[in-house]
Structure formats: structure tokens, C-alpha cells
Design a protein around this ligand. Structure first.
Ligand SMILES: [Zn+2]
Length: 363
């Protein structure tokens, strides 16, 4: 009898203890799930990583797997353009924009995308330490249905120049079936000069945004920038969205030097959201140039090599050797006065008369 009573007491004690244990475990689980204490957060991240979940890392790096590289940095499908890092800085210095070096674009921040917080926040993502996730999603995963596709176009600045365009792009922002491209010829972006072969260059492409004559989205660009620099990257994003139905954070900024009206280049930053950059991940600066042409970025006047050769200007001919120079050439200083002949002519006039350009000053 005595032992039976003891068993009953023990059962009663266990019945009282069990809810207490469950409560303690629940409290511990909640603390583990939401605490920002570093050691708990690290433990949580490591558990989620083991479970296959990852938060979006703000730095653009996909934590844990190192596969988050694609797109511009190592893409070979961009017309054979070679892309190397622009090594000097992680971000673009407006006072020292990258110099054109024969490539369509150069990587910024080693090609790793970085966005202002607003780009994430408008998409419905909330900051979680160094990462971004759907609101209320403790697991840090991204649910397509909880994202907010959007487009944002910055106002023109006081010189009428485009500032920035960004958004969360997806099928929702793209042209709908049968939607026709509108006329954009009414827009004259800053620096636009007639008969210079300029193109109205979308910051966010029509195929991604369905934006037509939006002055905040069109800059004065060369065919080389529009067609060779930006288009392959835009197509990469477009095809990705069609193939996956996923979304891409996208940020495009024209870079002007000082008060100039034509941008020197356009920065394009993109990262796919649901797969954490596995599909799309780039950060590049595309050059607004035409190889071989000289561009006045203040006036929008473009001078091609052929045109430059047609312009009459002052040359100094050495009548003894038949070589012609720019007046500033050292060869002119060394020339004896009686061989020196100063003329105003076009380059092609001189060459057709049998004179040869100096190999040093290359007139
Ligand atoms: Zn010379």
C-alpha cells in the first residue's frame, strides 16, 4: 500500500512538473528565435544554415555556399567584353569616375551588389542584423507572395539631370502581353544635342519596367552604352525573371562629372531575391563612350575621328622633311626657322598633298 501511495505522489509531482518544463522550453525557443544577442544569433544562423535556410545578406554575399556569383563578373555572353574589377574602390567616387579602358563596363565592389536600405524596404523586406527578410519571417526565407514589386524614379536634379531609378522587378513590373512600346521621342534628356547620334537610354529598360516617356528614366547615351554595355545585362535579368518567376532588386544610377549634362557612365546593380543572388548578381559601371570619338559631356557634341580629320586647324610643316606637327610639338621647337611653314588646313588636305604626320605628336 505504502509503495502505491508513493507512486501516486510521484505521478502528481510529474503532472505538476510537466507544464513547467514545457513552458521553460517554449520560452527558450522564443528567445532563440527572436533574440539579437550575438551568441544566440550565431547559433540560430548556424541552425538555419544546416536546415538549408539563409537570410539575404546585405553585403550581397550568399552566406555559407559561395555560389552567389553570376552575371557580369564572370559572364561570357556579353559580346566578348572583358570585365575586370575596377580595383581602386569598393564604391564609385564621383570625383574620380573610372576611366574608359576598352571594356564595356568595369566591376564596382568586385561585382558584389550593395543597395541603399530604401531599395529593400520598399520591396517589403525588413532588416535582420546584416540581412534582409520578409516581415515576420523568423526563418529569414523570402516568400515571393510577400514581396512588393515596385519601381522608383528619382526626381530630376536642378540641372534637369536624371538622378536614380530602382525597384523590385518581376513579371508584375514588366510589359503585359500585347503591350506596345510607346513613343519616347518627346523626351530630351539633359545634354541631348541634335544630330550627334545620341540615343535615349532607359535607366530601367522598357522590357523590365514598361516605362515609356518618363524623363526620370531616360539619359543621353551612346549606342555603345545602350546596346553593347547595358542591353546584355538587361536581357540577363529579363530572361531570369521569365524563367523563374522570381524577383530582382535593381538599382541604376547615372554618374555625371561636375556640372556636365551628359553622364560619363551608368552604374547598374542587380541581385535576385528568392534565390539570394544565385541567378542574378552584379554591380558594374558602364561607360557612356563611343570608342574613337571625342565627347563633350557639357554640350553633348560628339566629334568622331573622321570629323576631327575634317576640321581645319593650325599645323606646322617641316618643308624639308615633309612632316607636319601640332604647333606645340617639341619637334617644332627643334626645327630651323627656314624649314618651318605654319598653315591652317585639314589633316586630310595635308596628307593628300603628300605630307606625313609626325610620329611623336600624332596630328
Ligand atoms: Zn610633332
Amino acid at each position: 500500500m505504502g509503495s502505491k501511495k508513493e507512486n501516486t505522489d510521484s505521478n502528481n509531482a510529474r503532472r505538476r512538473l510537466l507544464p513547467a518544463i514545457i513552458l521553460v522550453v517554449l520560452i527558450a525557443a522564443v528567445i532563440f528565435a527572436v533574440s539579437d544577442a550575438p551568441f544566440i544569433k550565431n547559433a540560430r544562423d548556424s541552425v538555419f544554415q544546416k536546415l538549408g535556410y539563409e537570410a539575404i545578406d546585405q553585403s550581397g554575399n550568399s552566406e555559407g555556399d559561395g555560389t552567389g556569383t553570376s552575371g557580369a563578373g564572370n559572364s561570357s555572353e556579353n559580346g566578348g567584353a572583358k570585365n575586370s574589377d575596377w580595383d581602386s574602390a569598393a564604391d564609385i567616387d564621383p570625383a574620380a569616375l573610372p576611366e574608359y579602358n576598352g571594356q564595356h563596363y568595369v566591376n564596382v565592389n568586385s561585382g558584389v551588389p550593395v543597395f541603399p536600405d530604401d531599395v529593400y524596404e520598399r520591396a517589403g523586406l525588413v532588416k535582420d542584423g546584416n540581412s534582409w527578410k520578409n516581415k515576420g519571417n523568423l526563418m529569414g526565407t523570402v516568400d515571393s507572395h510577400k514581396l512588393t514589386p515596385y519601381e522608383y524614379y528619382g526626381e530630376l536634379d536642378d540641372r534637369g539631370r536624371c538622378t536614380v531609378a530602382y525597384g523590385l522587378l518581376g513579371e508584375e513590373t514588366m510589359p503585359q502581353d500585347g503591350q506596345e512600346r510607346g513613343d519616347i521621342s518627346s523626351v530630351h534628356p539633359s545634354g541631348w544635342a541634335k544630330a550627334q547620334n545620341w540615343e535615349r537610354c532607359h535607366l530601367i529598360a522598357w522590357a523590365l519596367s514598361a516605362e515609356n516617356a518618363n524623363p526620370s528614366n531616360l539619359v543621353t547615351g551612346t549606342h555603345y552604352l545602350n546596346y553593347d554595355g547595358m542591353r546584355p545585362l538587361e536581357e540577363e535579368v529579363e530572361h531570369y525573371i521569365w524563367n523563374t518567376g522570381y524577383h530582382v532588386l535593381y538599382y541604376v544610377k547615372p554618374w555625371f562629372m561636375g556640372d556636365e549634362l551628359v553622364p560619363r557612365g551608368v552604374q547598374m546593380v542587380a541581385r535576385s531575391v528568392e534565390d539570394k543572388g544565385d541567378g542574378i548578381s552584379f554591380n558594374v559601371y558602364c561607360f557612356n563612350v563611343t570608342p574613337g570619338a571625342e565627347i563633350d559631356y557639357k554640350s553633348g557634341i560628339v566629334t568622331t575621328e573622321e570629323q576631327a580629320a575634317q576640321d581645319a586647324r593650325v599645323y606646322v610643316i617641316n618643308t624639308r622633311s615633309g612632316v607636319f606637327h601640332y604647333p606645340t610639338c617639341d619637334g617644332v621647337k627643334e626645327m630651323s626657322e627656314h624649314n618651318k611653314k605654319t598653315v591652317t588646313a585639314t589633316r586630310s588636305e595635308l596628307t593628300s598633298q603628300g605630307y606625313t604626320p609626325c610620329g611623336y605628336c600624332e596630328p
